[in-house]
Ligand binder design. Sequence first.
Ligand SMILES: [Zn+2]
Length: 314
Amino acid sequence: MNNKYFTIQQAAEGVWGAVSVPGSGSLGNAAIIDLGDLTVVVDTTNLPQSGALLRHTAEQLTNKPVKYVVNTHFHGDHVNGNQEFRNSEFISTVWTRDLLSDMGEVNVDFMQQNIRKLIASLNALRSQQSDPHMLTEIDYDLSVQRALYDAIPSLCRVVPTITFDDKLVIQGTKRTIEVFSYGGGHSLSDAVVYIPEERTLIAGDLITNKTIPVMPYGNPYAWIRILKRIQKDLKIDTIVPGHGDVSNSDRITDVMRFLESTIAYVSRAATSGQAESCWLEQGVLEGYEDWHLPQYFRWNFRWLFNSMLVQNNR
Ligand SMILES: [Zn+2]
């Protein structure tokens, strides 16, 4: 069941995580759920090729075609494989549907130009690094960006047709899933999929496992509130995170602490009067140096630092 893009990790009876192989290009995790009479896939990874293998794996594991695909949020590493699920119905929040629809047709030149810029900045960052973990992670990122660059000409957007605001329930003969949203934290609108009988949560990027959560253009304060609600409202033994291995509910606390520490650290920086560059030289926040995607910490820092400066100057 494993392939070059992802490994299959069983989360519970009838629930599997498709966990991205670092540097393979698939980038985002996905999940497969067997509801008995129907199959649901959650997120479709970063590339059409990995999306095609995901569909094939879901059909093999459950012996059925994929009836529904849930998109947890609009980021490319969770929706770029959508086009490979031609016979499935797509589900998302109203917001996520609108965001995907507003993006319109794929603009190949524009997207490739952005990736060329990103590759150049990753190479520049790489030349200043000596830490082996950072170098490995930047190399993974470079190969992900190159794979996406090559895939862009064949990319087409698929916009969900079934939408919900707060909650949608899909009842199968063997198990039921609850798709719901507490608003946006990581992105403008984040959905999760909960399987109550299996005490399992498919979290999208609201929860990652030992991987730096991506904060720009989200709302870290709302994100913390959402995680607190998830902890309070749901009984969870197992989590399929948006990035990293299948794990347990301790990962919720990890992400919450990360967000709180980052906010505290960046607000100290923003009131210090020192330049952004002085703080960026310090590297990744202490305690998180061994997490995956360490290069995203800089992006988080810059975004939050600048939005705090704007607020302080009001
Ligand atoms: Zn994301």
